[in-house]
Design a protein around this ligand. Structure first.
Ligand code: GAP
Length: 476
């Protein structure tokens, strides 16, 4: 006999016999009992998401047991899954599904010659001022009022502005001499330029073609902040697309659209996205045109990605500094030229945060607050949670069988503790699109209940059909 409706109470605050909108095996009409809650896109949303990240295992402050370390963060059990999903979704769209882009994983450490050629030693700086009263440092261009310190309110206390280079400097090897100086890369891009000839020769690609890379970058930001929005250690997803010079404009427009559509395709609300062309005075030292994909964060519009028309600046700079030829020889026309570069450069960690903010939702289910992350199934840490209705040994073998059936194909959570309603709520907060509940009827009918995160609707599905059913639902 099924124990489902009678013995498992959805929320602990509910009376035991209350009809539940969200119990396994129960014909339900949850829609009638759900009230939408307006979630304002303001600091309260930001705080809720930061707290959820910490309490559910997405993101922890780094070195927390020592009081934390300067805006660095660790990605917890579900955060590492989601960050990996963001990067995988990017890789699938930028490399796997294209024949004209190949991958690379270049070194993080590089000698000064690289950064001299790229312009980073001279130009990768922010204007910095110190408050003489409290000694706090600020980026001059981020101060609203240059006469009052936002930290201690001292008047006219700022020093003259000076340029602060954002690269992290270290020494390679045991001797801390000038000859051993090395820098941690502040962007992944230079690895792609330095390997242009290696990749072009070995992959036999000809322009237009791209080199894509995902990896850590480091910037000694003067004012990191807003959680993982601006950190000193972060991950980038960058692609350098090498094109014949005369085609650069067309490819720039192509990549602007393509990259904007990527966010929308993964469920981001288009009303919170915009493509903003840079004004001439905003352009980086290498760029002849840049547009940012921006997201409406709780504090206003902020950059997720820049798409830049870098011209031939990088290949020419490295060719002249290294003495190597970084050109393409077109056999068809018997001409040699330096390709121009279109670069879509996104932040993986920042983008993950934007997806979390966008997905966060609240509603009242029969008066109880339900928090739900409406993440795209490809981004959610777990695609499925397998939940045996009770911890009784009789259910364990079939629950493990179901888990074993699904695990090779998708990321699964397995949870047999607490009441089923609480487990559903926990999965809602992790953004798990489907819960699969194994109950006592399963022992007789070899079917399970599949519960939908967004609608809370439930459907009985035979175990034999489960994988195909979930694959269709989760677009796997
Ligand atoms: N190669 C070009 C380049 O690095 P960028 O606009 O400086 O361009 C690209 O960086 C993306 O990297 C940004 O749009 C942002 O998403 C991310 N990013 C940059 N600095 C960051 C930081 N301090 N913390 C987190 N993400 C950052």
């Amino acid at each position: 006999m099924s124990e489902a409706p009678a013995t498992n109470i959805d929320a602990p605050t509910e009376p035991a016999a209350a009809p539940s909108a969200d119990l396994p095996g129960q014909a339900s009409n949850p829609g009638a009992e759900i009230e939408a809650v307006e979630v304002a896109n303001d600091t309260s949303l930001f705080e809720k998401v930061v707290n959820l990240c910490k309490n559910r295992g997405f993101v922890f402050p780094s070195a927390e047991i020592y009081g934390g370390f300067r805006s660095t963060y660790d990605y917890g059990p579900v955060g590492v899954l989601m960050l990996r999903n963001v990067k995988d979704a990017w890789w699938r769209s930028m490399v796997q599904r294209r024949h004209d882009v190949v991958g690379l994983d270049a070194a993080i450490l590089a000698p000064p010659a690289v950064w001299e050629a790229s312009g980073h030693l001279a130009n990768f700086t922010d204007p910095m001022v110190d408050c003489r009263s409290c000694n706090e440092r600020f980026r001059e261009d981020q101060l609203e009022d240059l006469t009052i310190c936002p930290n201690c309110a001292a008047k006219n206390s700022f020093t003259e502005s000076r340029n602060f280079n954002l690269m992290f400097k270290t020494h390679a090897g045991p001797v801390e001499s000038d000859a051993a100086v090395a820098y941690l890369r502040p962007e992944t891009a230079q690895g792609m330029f330095m390997n242009f000839a290696n990749v072009q020769r070995t992959s036999r690609k000809k322009p237009p073609f791209g080199i894509a890379q995902i990896g850590k970058s480091f910037r000694n930001e003067i004012t990191p902040g807003n959680f993982v929005f601006r950190t000193r250690e972060f991950e980038q997803m960058e692609m350098e697309f090498f094109v014949p010079p005369e085609d650069a404009g067309g490819w720039y427009a192509y990549w602007c659209k393509e990259r904007f559509d990527w966010y929308v395709g993964l469920g981001m609300d288009p009303a919170k996205l915009r493509l903003r062309p840079h004004d001439a005075d905003e352009l980086s030292h290498y760029s002849s045109g840049t547009s940012d994909v921006e997201f409406l964060f709780p504090w206003g519009w902020g950059e997720l990605e820049g798409i830049a028309n870098r011209g031939d600046f990088d290949l020419k700079a490295h060719a002249s500094a290294s003495g190597e030829r970084l050109e393409y020889f077109d056999q068809a026309t018997n001409t040699r030229y330096t390709p121009h570069v279109i670069e879509p450069a996104a932040g993986a960690t920042r983008t993950m945060m934007a997806f979390l903010l966008d997905a966060y939702d609240e509603e009242l289910v029969r008066g109880e607050l339900r928090v739900v992350l409406r993440l795209h199934p490809h981004l959610a840490p777990y695609q499925v949670a397998v939940l045996p209705l009770s911890k009784k040994d009789t259910l364990t073998p079939v629950a493990e069988e179901v888990l074993g059936l699904l695990q090779p194909h998708m990321m699964c959570d397995y949870d047999e503790t607490q009441a089923i309603g609480k487990r559903y709520r926990r999965q809602d907060e992790l953004g798990t699109p489907c819960c699969v509940t194994v109950d006592f009827d399963t022992l007789d009918d070899r079917a399970v209940t599949v519960r939908d995160r967004d609608t809370m609707d439930q459907e009985r599905v035979p175990i034999d059909d489960l994988l195909a059913h979930l694959r269709a639902r989760l677009q796997l």
